[in-house]
Design a protein around this ligand. Structure first.
Ligand SMILES: [Zn+2]
Ligand SMILES: [Zn+2]
Length: 249
């Protein structure tokens, strides 16, 4: 049947595109009528995380000999977080997309990952959680950037399940400025994050199953420090979700 609304929308879109040609945010090639923000070629370059992966830190494991599906780093370092999930490896074009989100305020680009999230096995795990807790930014960074990308991702995760929306609680605070963790050695990372996070919401988190949310898992020390604080105040268990997972560590 002729769908007037759809046809009108499509003509309108073509008309607007004719007046204001758009190009791919990543590679700058002109976009086709049916494409928005990012061209099909760039979208196709987004990979999926290779299975199997470590149940704790979401690192891809070799397909053979995965001892209890926990990687050697997690077995020796025993992180505070219990389980981890990530959607995509932290490679191009994901690096560039997250850079555009954070440093050029293109928040809508996070919607690119919505389908990855909907189709992931992780989306079925969401009903197990009591609270979604975004990894906080320090006050200076919030002032400079104007938003916390982890908060935006937490809202996206929350809206995936329209029937049972989980509460997003900003119970963690970052009370000091820190250096980028990826540029530091292991001992320096621990010192850099020491006492960086705090919470004043212990009755709200005691005994709660928490999902910590961030954009990228790189060294894991930020998420680990946040999980440590939440557990000190009685949260149990504490898992994490990130859009991207760096392959090192
Ligand atoms: Zn492109
Ligand atoms: Zn691991």
């Amino acid at each position: 049947m002729f769908d007037f609304g759809k046809e009108f929308n499509s003509y309108w879109r073509s008309f607007i595109r004719l007046l204001y040609p758009a190009s791919c945010v990543l590679c700058r090639t002109p976009l086709l009528i049916e494409e928005s923000n990012i061209c099909r070629e760039c979208l196709q370059k987004i990979e999926h995380l290779k299975t199997p992966f470590c149940q704790k830190c979401a690192r891809s494991l070799p397909p053979y000999g995965n001892y209890r599906s926990i990687c050697s780093a997690c077995r020796s370092e025993k992180p505070y977080f219990d389980h981890g999930f990530a959607l995509v490896p932290y490679n191009e074009p994901v690096k560039q997309i997250l850079h555009e989100v954070k440093f050029h305020k293109k928040l809508w680009l996070l919607q690119i990952f919505k389908n990855h999230l909907k189709n992931s096995l992780f989306s079925q795990e969401l009903s197990h959680y009591d609270l979604l807790v975004p990894v906080p930014l320090d006050w200076w960074r919030i002032r400079e950037r104007g938003f916390n990308q982890s908060m935006v991702i937490a809202e996206m995760v929350r809206n995936i399940n329209s029937k049972n929306k989980l509460p997003v609680l900003n119970v963690l605070k970052k009370r000091k400025r820190t250096l980028p963790q990826s540029k530091l050695r292991r001992e320096e990372r621990l010192a850099n994050l020491e006492n960086a996070f705090c919470t004043d919401a212990s009755p709200k988190i005691r005994g709660k199953h928490i999902l910590l949310i961030d954009d990228i898992f790189t060294t894991g020390s930020t998420i680990n420090e946040c999980a440590k604080v939440l557990k000190q105040y009685g949260a149990e268990p504490v898992d994490f979700f990130t859009i991207a997972r760096a392959e090192s560590r």
